[in-house]
Design a binder for this molecule. Sequence first.
Ligand SMILES: Nc1ncnc2c1ncn2[C@@H]1O[C@H](COP(=O)(O)OP(=O)(O)O)[C@@H](O)[C@H]1O
Ligand SMILES: [Mg+2]
Length: 239
Amino acid sequence: MALLTVRDLKMAYDGRTVLNGIDLDLEEGELKVVMGPSGCGKSTLLRCLNRLVTPTSGQIIFRGEDVMRPDTDVRALRQRIGFVFQNFALYRHLSALENVTLGLRKLRGMATAAANERAMHELGRMNLAEHAQKYPSQLSGGQKQRVAIARALAMDPAVLFFDEPTSALDPVMSREIINVINQLRRDKVSMLCVTHDLALARAVQGRVLFLDQGQILAEGEASELFGDHADPRIRAFFN
Ligand SMILES: Nc1ncnc2c1ncn2[C@@H]1O[C@H](COP(=O)(O)OP(=O)(O)O)[C@@H](O)[C@H]1O
Ligand SMILES: [Mg+2]
């Protein structure tokens, strides 16, 4: 069964169409990247999928469940989706460890010892065990983003959504995040990543969808999509 099936998804803000019929399938354990220029609707797509905004029309099936139904439990839906943002969204007054345990304790009601153990497991997976007691201001951008990923993973999400995970990072730190995403891909974590970062879209091991003017213009491996035979509209984006 597909993890996520999107059909003919449309979204308009105040009558202005942003998404104009998106079809998207994400299998369990799969990574897909939605790439496109700024303002093309990438964040809007993710917000529709976790029902932060209500699409104008279309179908969204999440693990067999129609999440466009008015009686959908959006809180439960959002708890199954781990979100990683461009700007990390860490609490500055909390250590890396406390950033990861917060949701486990407050949303899951986990006892501190169990939450710490779970958080240390995820921080270890992100190669951050020795940084667990540091505050965000003591961490590099790449480390902060890895804390944010550890925090999302600790909640056992069905899928991770990344919204421009490398946009605030220099190329070296971006590479750290690319490596992490590829590692999670090998671990069969389901992921949907939206970005305008070509380096990211090229280097992660997943299929790439090119979004422009509210529609998916092309879908394929990065090598075919951005190669010499790319769609002229895609080439135009890079020139
Ligand atoms: N809450 C909103 N109200 C009105 N327009 C919006 C809102 N959010 C985004 N938009 C517009 O929708 C378009 C797509 O935005 P967005 O999804 O943020 O694009 P991207 O993430 O690809 O940069 C942009 O033109 C943006 O100005
Ligand atoms: Mg965006």
